[in-house]
Structure formats: C-alpha cells, structure tokens
Write a protein that binds this ligand. Structure first.
Ligand code: MG
Length: 258
C-alpha cells in the first residue's frame, strides 16, 4: 500500500464523495439510534441494508474480503470487525458501529461507539476521549503537515488520558476504493510520511483500548478484541483536505457526526 500513489480528487469526484459520505453518516446515525438493550446486532445490520438500498447505495463492507455483514458491530472488548448476528445487546454494553456506503463510484467510511442504556463512567470517558482524539488528529490534516502528524496527535491525546491506541490496524485513504493509500497510523512520531495536500480524502479512525493496546483476531478471522479484555472504542470519519480546515464528508444533512 505504501507504494501506491495517493489520489487527489477532482471537484466532480469530491461532489460524489460528499453524497457517499452523507449516506454513510445517515446509516451510522440509524445504526446508533438502534443501540438499545434487547435488540440483536443482526436487526441493526438488516436495517442498514434496507436504508442503503432505499438510497441506491451498496454497503461497502458486504463481501469485502468475504465479510458477511453489511456493517461491523463490535461490542465492549471487541474493537473492530465484529460480525452482526444473533447476539443481543444488553444494558451497559458499548457498541461500535463501522459503516461504509458505495454510490456513484465512491465510498464513504465512518464509525462511532454508542452506549447501550446506562454505561459506566469509565466507558463514557473512553467513548468521549476516542471521539475527541479524532478531532485532535485532524487538526493536523491540512496542507503543510505530514501524515504521521495526525497519528501523533491522536496518540498523545489518548495516552494523556490513560488509554492506549491500537497499533495493528490503521486509517487509510478512501475514494473509488474503500482502502487507498496512504496508511494513517494512530501513533508514532510527527513529521513523517507523505505531505498532506488539498484533494486528498482520508478515513481517520482512532481505535482505543481502556487497557493495553495489544489486540488479537478471533478464530472467525474477523472479530478483533483487546488481548487483556479491556473495553475499546472506535471513531472514524472520512475527510477532505482543503486549503484550510479539513471538511468532514461523513456528516448527515443535520450536521451530525455520530
Ligand atoms: Mg476505515
């Protein structure tokens, strides 16, 4: 991936990515609104499938490398790539929803972690720190910075709050392909990697553990959990690099980012 060129999007492509981003964000909001005790993760997955069909979009993750769900639903110690199924959500769970939508040749990609009913103060803080770390990171998603500046800012903020960032999985460019160059780590020293240029579209996605950062993939080859079993959270948006502030593409018509 590191040798791939980073595509700079044209105005026409940016318009298409805004459309894809809006549908992706709406699907995330829909999934998030369904996170309540007693519902199965499959029901949430099916609702997102219907929504995307209605919008003329295709779920980006369905069939991607054989992934069986339309979206990823990852509960508690599961940080990413949870497969929707019969599991019933219960009070106190924290539920990460990762959604991709493909329409008119472009993908949107976004994620957020939602509280199922009443959650612990620690879980609430984990979700908040994870979301804030995204904004700390994209403060450096601008012309003149380098890609590793983003991850450095994410890591610094997360660790200053006593949590850790996952190293084994990274953010990425997004566009005509779901995963494009460059890789965007959520850790590391600043001042490295490609220079950030207007027209780049990036999926920035901090994955955060309440305990140690080490993760493992379960036997289904997807479900990725913290090794120490600690709670985890995820937050992601697709963004456009501009001449000024980055523009978040995965935002609903109402301006919602979760
Ligand atoms: Mg992503």
């Amino acid at each position: 991936m590191a040798l791939d060129l980073i595509s700079l999007k044209s105005q026409r492509e940016i318009e298409a990515m805004r459309r894809a981003g809006r549908i992706t964000a709406q699907a995330r909001a829909l999934a998030g609104s369904m996170v309540v005790p007693g519902i199965s993760t499959r029901e949430i997955d099916l609702a997102v499938r219907s929504f995307m069909k209605e919008k003329g979009a295709r779920p980006s993750f369905l069939g991607y490398a054989g992934f069986p769900g339309a979206i990823c639903i990852s509960i508690n110690e599961c940080v990413i790539h949870g497969i929707p199924g019969p599991r019933i959500l219960k009070e106190g769970d924290i539920v990460s929803v990762d959604v991709g939508a493909y329409i008119d040749g472009f993908h949107g990609d976004c994620a957020a972690t939602y509280a199922c009913g009443k959650i612990s103060d620690e879980a609430r803080r984990l979700i908040d720190v994870t979301q804030t770390s995204f904004w700390k990171g994209i403060a450096f998603a601008r012309k003149g910075c380098r890609i590793s500046d983003i991850g450095h800012a994410v890591q610094t903020y997360v660790e200053s709050n006593g949590f850790s960032v996952v190293r084994d999985f990274v953010g990425h460019g997004v566009g005509a392909k779901l995963h494009e160059a460059p890789e965007i780590r959520n850790y590391g020293v600043p001042g490295h990697g490609p220079r950030i240029l207007p027209g780049m579209t990036l999926a920035v996605e901090p994955m955060v553990c309440a305990g140690d950062w080490q993760v493992k993939v379960l036997k289904d080859n997807w479900t990725t959990v913290s090794r120490d079993g600690s709670l985890t959270a995820h937050y992601e948006n697709s963004i456009l690099i501009t001449d000024g502030e980055p523009e978040v593409l995965t935002v609903t018509e109402d301006g919602a980012y979760v």
